[in-house]
Design a protein around this ligand. Structure first.
Ligand code: 3PG
Length: 216
């Protein structure tokens, strides 16, 4: 899939579950539970030692899941994400070497930004899809609308993450320049640890229903 197709899919699917796992099996079980509830995009964060293997396991076992590698902080992680099969990658902040590496290797990349200056850096590096992070502490939708205003003519699209949850996701998604929202409310750490997969499915179903989408 090329960059355009990946970003189209993320936009159509609207919700991204942020997943942090200590065991490879947790990633596959969580991905299956999310799919059952209609959520089919994950950001699997590179914050644990099993993260790359967990990405590979989800890619191999859950063909309907769109998998992003998250917390990509160094250029070397870009190649490993591609080797693991990731469809796209994100980072909480912006690093030009990481973005250039991703562009070279053709991995769709969504850098994190939180200010106009960072957004301009992203635009200069040819990124039009950005992660607004941490969205809620920054000021939520009013902040995003203020930030986005001078760049509207450049067709920048935003993925707010950080403090997004079931009660505020709808507000973000009602803003036309928001392509998707994401967060750990769909896959909280405690629920993963418990292995309470039916809770993951239920939360996914409720979230999907609330944004007016169908669970297939
Ligand atoms: C991320 O990496 O995007 C964040 O950890 C998600 O933030 P949240 O836990 O507040 O949803």
């Amino acid at each position: 899939m090329n960059k355009l197709e990946i970003f189209k899919k993320i936009t159509a699917r609207s919700l991204i579950a942020v997943l942090i796992v200590d065991e490879i099996e947790e990633a596959v079980d969580a991905a299956n539970a999310l799919l059952k509830g209609g959520v089919s995009v994950i950001e699997l964060a590179l914050r644990t030692s099993v993260a790359f293997e967990a990405i590979r396991a989800v890619i191999d076992n859950c063909p309907d899941m769109l998998v992003g590698a998250g917390t990509v902080l160094q250029p070397g992680q870009v190649e490993n994400a591609v080797k693991a099969g990731a469809h796209f990658a994100l980072s909480p902040g912006i690093n030009k070497d990481v973005i250039r590496e991703a562009a070279d290797i053709k991995l769709p990349f969504v850098p994190g930004i939180s200010t106009p200056s960072e957004l301009q850096q992203a635009i200069d590096l040819d990124c039009r899809q950005v992660k607004l992070f941490p969205a809620e502490p920054l000021g939520g939708l009013p902040y995003l609308m203020g930030l986005a205003s001078p760049y509207k003519h450049l067709q920048v699209k935003y993925i707010p993450l950080g403090g997004v949850n079931i009660s505020n996701m709808g507000d973000y998604l009602s803003y036309p320049d928001v392509m998707a929202v994401g967060g750990s409310w769909l896959t909280p750490k405690g629920v993963i640890k418990e292995g309470a997969w039916e809770k993951v499915t239920d939360m996914a179903k409720i979230s999907i229903k609330m944004i007016g989408m169908q669970v297939n």
